[in-house]
Design a protein around this ligand. Structure first.
Ligand SMILES: [Zn+2]
Length: 286
């Protein structure tokens, strides 16, 4: 059985570098981007250059986000998040790095999770770099755009929502209250680079780990794939839990084709959890 082998893999390696992706949050009601073949399920997400260079694209983005944020902020962790938090509490995790921006690992108790792609609950000014809570901006959007408050739409990934066939030209987007600059969600967009210090910190953890575990990611984006590449180069075994194919399939020691919560369910069974290692083997770089 698949999950028996996953359990053995986790028991064999006491310092796991865990990389999670959208598949970890689908059971919390947040859709993922890609199908089982790793292709886009819907319209490709907004690219960084388009967002930065085109006010009309920003209006469309924020109008969709006005609806999408309502649902995203209501999302709660699922058993996959809880299982990984449990593993971390047992001292088995060198680092938990997530490509998700939903903060559900933190909500499940993984306080040390590294948000590789940032966090959707914060907004950053692209000029003065000041940050504000996304919830605060929601209030501004509703005051400026009362007619949009009642809209509903299908939820899309990362707090987006499918709102098509609407005229976004009247949607008012406030500038930064301090400097008048352009506000952007504090997340790494497609086409944008992950901040180098975040990559360095994560890579340093990977080098301290004795194995890598991928949970719910196709690794189609290089920002995640590079960790699998580096793990393979360093001779570290890699296991992956993912319903579809991953870009790293050729590098894997073990592939588990199950939903994340089912694959990791054994970690939440009190009698079958893995044993706690000696405290001395637990270190943190950050
Ligand atoms: Zn500013």
């Amino acid at each position: 059985m698949n999950d028996h082998r996953l359990r053995e893999f986790i028991e064999r390696h006491s310092r796991l570098f865990i990389l999670t992706g959208a598949g970890c949050s689908t059971e919390s009601g947040i859709p993922d981007y890609r199908d089982a073949d790793g292709d886009w399920k819907r319209t490709a997400p907004v690219m960084y250059q388009a967002f930065v260079g085109d006010a009309a694209i920003r209006r469309r983005y924020w109008a969709r986000s006005l609806v999408g944020w309502r649902r995203l902020r209501a999302a709660r962790p699922n058993d996959a998040h809880r299982a990984l938090a449990r593993l971390q509490q047992q001292g088995r995790v060198e680092a938990l790095v997530t490509q998700n921006v939903d903060r559900l690992h933190q909500a499940a108790g993984s306080t040390e999770a590294i948000d590789l792609h940032g966090r959707i609950d914060m907004v950053r000014c692209m000029s003065c770099q000041r940050r504000l809570a996304r919830e605060q901006l929601q209030g501004d959007f509703l005051r400026l755009n009362p007619a949009w408050a009642g809209l509903d739409a299908l939820q899309a990934p990362d707090g987006d929502a499918d709102l098509e066939g609407l005229d976004f030209s009247s949607f008012q987007v406030p500038p930064c209250a301090h400097c008048g600059g352009v506000l952007k969600p504090d997340v790494v967009f497609f086409g944008e680079s992950v901040p180098p210090d975040r990559v360095r910190t994560s890579m340093a953890h990977l080098m301290q780990a004795d194995a890598m575990l991928v949970v719910g990611s196709s690794l189609m984006v290089y920002s995640g794939y590079r960790f699998a590449q580096a793990a393979a180069l360093a001779g570290k075994p890699i296991a992956a839990v993912n319903l579809g194919r991953t870009r790293a399939d050729g590098l894997l020691t073990l592939k588990v084709t199950l939903t994340c919560s089912v694959a990791l369910a054994f970690l939440l069974q009190p009698t079958r959890g893995v044993n706690r290692p000696p405290a001395a083997s637990i270190t943190a770089i950050r």
